[in-house]
Design a protein around this ligand. Structure first.
Ligand code: SF4
Length: 352
């Protein structure tokens, strides 16, 4: 198309993007919220890398820090009260957190990367979409703002995107408002907006939580199909191990803002090496394993204003010993890229 102005080159506003670097490298990320009652340590040392065409699932219960970590990567944390206090977020080797906000490089790089080369699909499409604008206008806005498209060109591009995410009768429905769409169709609109700038990375934050099971699997299939077509990397944030099983290549399991276990998807399912991962697996129905009753993890996730000492999982852990409240277990290599932050990961494996 003649009007396209967004570039897919390695130039990030003059910064030294490295074409050989992973798409995204998050290293030792710490995020805290300073509120009246104290400091909420929401993310405590998260690290991961994401390559082209790869899907990394960040898995955990609510309050585990998974969504906050994504907001920090996207640069959409509410500051204050939220602050990134440590760590780096590199896109193609350029550390987005280290750029000086007053510099020209920042003005060039950050808008270019966030929202266009790293795009996000939010959980609640009804809240994320503007109720007073048609879906076509909202998708078309991406092309008007980022590519300088005319209204007519933007409308054609919006129809094209709606067709790409399989919204039936796109041309007829371009002037519909969000409330005239079903939940699943609204989520397709969100995906169309996120994909409109042909991003390198898409962050999908609980993209199917508000949808019924059949629509959930249709949306996940769509994301996987679009990913295969484009080769983009995907970070999937979810509390649902069943969703992870279908699409992820790698998994980071988070609890109380910390990484508990990280592994390739097969290792997570066949050789879970952390009691929390095991607890998550025992609490969901799996087609490959027959159980008479599901076993929920005892207790509730911790208050992040008062994270338990030592291993934060110890009040809920059936493997805990006297050592666990006293010392913080570091991530330890189990095998290759499989790591666990549990003193007793070998015992967990033995019991499988
Ligand atoms: Fe449980 Fe202790 Fe392992 Fe933490 S370190 S998961 S409390 S056994």
């Amino acid at each position: 198309m003649g009007f396209l102005r967004v570039k897919k080159s390695e130039d990030l506003g003059g910064s030294s993007a490295d074409p050989t670097a992973p798409l995204l490298e998050v290293d030792n990320l710490h995020v805290e919220f300073r509120i009246e009652d104290g400091t909420v340590r929401a993310v405590n040392g998260l690290s991961y890398t994401l390559g082209r065409g790869e899907t990394l699932a960040i898995l955990g219960e609510s309050g585990s820090g998974k969504s906050v970590s994504a907001q920090a990567v996207m640069g959409i944390l509410d500051t204050p009260p939220g602050f990134v206090t440590q760590g780096s977020v590199k896109f193609r080797g350029v550390d987005l957190l280290a750029l000086n906000k007053k510099s020209k490089t920042y003005d060039h790089v950050v808008p270019e990367v966030r929202g266009t080369r790293i795009a996000m699909v939010f959980q609640d499409a009804l809240t994320a979409l503007n109720p007073v604008y048609t879906v076509g206008w909202q998708i078309g806005e991406m092309f008007r703002v980022h590519q300088g498209a005319s209204r007519k060109e933007a409308k054609e591009k919006a129809i094209e995107m709606m067709e790409r995410v399989k919204i039936p009768s796109a041309r007829e429905r371009i002037n519909s408002y969000p409330h005239e769409f079903s939940g699943g169709m609204r989520q397709r609109v969100m995906i169309a907006m996120a994909l409109s700038m042909d991003p390198d990375v898409i962050i999908a934050d609980e993209p199917t939580t508000a949808l019924d099971v059949t629509v959930q699997s249709q949306i996940m299939e769509l994301l996987a199909e679009l990913q295969r077509e484009t080769g983009m990397g995907m970070i999937l944030i979810t509390h649902d191990l069943a969703v992870v099983a279908d699409v992820a290549d790698r998994v980071v399991v988070m609890y109380a803002g910390r990484e508990m276990e990280t592994a390739e998807i097969d290792d997570i399912f066949h050789l879970p090496s952390h009691p929390y991962t095991l607890g998550l697996m025992e609490s969901i129905a799996r087609p490959d394993v027959h159980v008479d009753r599901l076993t929920p993890i005892p207790g509730t996730p911790p208050d992040l204003l008062a994270i338990p000492s030592g291993c934060p999982f110890h009040p809920r852990c059936t493997y805990a010993t006297e050592r666990c409240p006293k010392e913080v277990p570091e991530l330890e290599s189990v095998n290759g890229s499989h790591s666990s932050a549990c003193f007793y990961w070998k015992e967990v494996q033995v019991e499988l």
